[in-house]
Design a binder for this molecule. Structure first.
Ligand code: MG
Length: 159
C-alpha cells in the first residue's frame, strides 16, 4: 500500500459587497472573498492538498487565472475536476483535515453544511473531513477582517 500526504494553504481578501462562499456554502455576511473564481479559499486549500498528494503541481498551474473559462467559476466545480485527476491516478482519499482562520463571521455554525457540501464531492464520510474554525486573535490582516486563510492536509491511499 502506498500513502501520500498533501498540504494546502490559501488566503483571499475580503471585500464589501461580495458574496461570501466558503467550503461550498454561501454565508450571509457584509463582505465576501475576492478572486478569479468565487474565492472559496477552503476549497482551494483542499485542492492544493489533493494535487500535492497526486503529484500534479498546484491550483495555479491546474487552473491558470489567465484562462477565461475559470472566471467566476464555482470552486466546487474546480474540486470536481481535481477529483477526476485523483481518480485517474487511482488514489482514494483516506481523510482530509482543514483549518479556517477568520475573525468574522463566526465559521463554526457553518461547518456541518460545509461537510454536507464537500463530502459527496470528495467521496468521504463526514468523519473523514475535519474542518476547524479559528480566529487570529485580532492580529494581522486576518485579525483585522481583511482576509480569510484556510489550510488543509490530505492523506491519500493506493492499494
Ligand atoms: Mg485561491
Amino acid at each position: 500500500m502506498k500513502v501520500r500526504i498533501g498540504v494546502g494553504y490559501d488566503i483571499h481578501r475580503l471585500e464589501k459587497g461580495k458574496k461570501l462562499v466558503l467550503g461550498g456554502v454561501a454565508i450571509p455576511f457584509s463582505k465576501g472573498l475576492t478572486g478569479h473564481s468565487d474565492g472559496d479559499c477552503l476549497i482551494h486549500a483542499i485542492i492544493d492538498a489533493l494535487l500535492g498528494a497526486v503529484g500534479e503541481g498546484d491550483i495555479g498551474q491546474y487552473f491558470p487565472d489567465s484562462d477565461p473559462r475559470y472566471r467566476n467559476i464555482r470552486s466546487t466545480k474546480l474540486l470536481e475536476i481535481v477529483m477526476e485527476a485523483v481518480g485517474k491516478k487511482n488514489g482514494s482519499i483516506h481523510h482530509i483535515d482543514c483549518i479556517v482562520i477568520a475573525e468574522s463571521p463566526p465559521i463554526g455554525p457553518h461547518i456541518a453544511k460545509m461537510k454536507q457540501a464537500l463530502c459527496p464531492l470528495l467521496g468521504i464520510g463526514k468523519n473523514d473531513l475535519g474542518i476547524k474554525a479559528k480566529t487570529n486573535e485580532g492580529m494581522g490582516p486576518v485579525g483585522r477582517g481583511e482576509a480569510i486563510v484556510a489550510m488543509a492536509n490530505a492523506l491519500l491511499l493506493w492499494d
